[in-house]
Design a protein around this ligand. Structure first.
Ligand code: ZN
Length: 261
């Protein structure tokens, strides 16, 4: 049975996500968004949850954006837009969480073909693990100007459970490790799991002081709501098979199309 405190947090999360979603709808389907993608599966039948996607659907979505006048923003362009609150419609930034190797083998050739910039959020302990990206592939990505590298912790932990010093270790050491290994500057962070259930207000305030320009949640919405979330808990949109199906025919995806749990 969950405690009273956990129940309050859960309700807070629910209210927060409904509000973000309402704002996104008010701003319209062409409002600027940040896409969140995990790994790829060869066939639709093998996609067991909303975090798995076929490469064919991914390419269909990228083609939809390119054919319909959407602009793919680099992380730097996104940061400027959020910082200056100068919103353009029909623009997106693409992010990958957890760094599965299928991002390199399946998505990277498509991104190079279309010239689409993207951010890889890297968890140190997942690199070189089975199914996850190899250091060799990560280095190749990091040296392509299309790719920005972002932090996703040393391990993939629930930040709400961490003390302030444990969080500092995850974020500051993680950032330093990436910068030393890859020779790039790391300016963005994505909270592992990313909902309010897993990320506290203290976590959000603390990430602000750790040298990251932007930080991302896993809650669904347009980045145009940054006046509400701040620059260090920006919403994203999870790209599932159902999301691609709806979005590419002009329908607004429902909660269950984007949520994996
Ligand atoms: Zn993650």
């Amino acid at each position: 049975m969950i405690s009273f405190r956990q129940r309050i947090i859960r309700e807070h999360n629910r209210a927060f996500k409904h509000w973000l979603r309402l704002l996104w709808r008010l701003y319209g389907q062409e409002a600027p968004i940040v896409l969140m993608v995990h790994g790829f599966k060869p066939t639709r039948g093998e996609c067991k949850n909303a975090f798995e996607l076929t490469c064919a659907s991914f390419e269909r979505l990228m083609r939809f954006f390119m054919d319909n006048g959407w602009k793919a923003l680099s992380q730097e362009e996104l940061g400027l837009m959020v910082g200056q609150c100068q919103w353009q419609s029909k623009c997106f930034h693409l992010t990958f969480d957890d760094t599965y190797d299928t991002v390199f083998t399946d998505a990277y050739p498509i991104l190079k073909r279309y010239g689409i910039p993207f951010t890889m959020f890297v968890t140190k302990d997942l690199v070189d693990q089975p199914k996850y990206i190899t250091m060799e592939h990560l280095k190749e990505l990091a040296h392509n100007p299309l790719c920005s590298i972002g932090g996703h912790g040393l391990q993939h932990l629930v930040f709400r459970n961490l003390t302030a010093s444990e969080m500092t270790e995850q974020c500051v050491k993680g950032k330093r490790w990436l910068e030393q290994e890859l020779g790039v500057e790391v300016k963005a962070f994505a909270f592992p799991y990313g909902r309010l259930i897993e990320v506290s207000n203290r976590n959000r305030r603390q990430i602000h002081s750790m040298g990251y320009d932007l930080a991302f949640s896993a809650l669904e919405g347009s980045v145009r709501t940054s006046w509400f979330t701040g620059k260090h808990y920006l919403p994203r949109v999870n790209v599932s098979e159902q999301f691609v199906e709806k979005f590419t025919v002009g329908k607004f995806p429902r909660f269950k199309d984007c949520e994996g749990r």
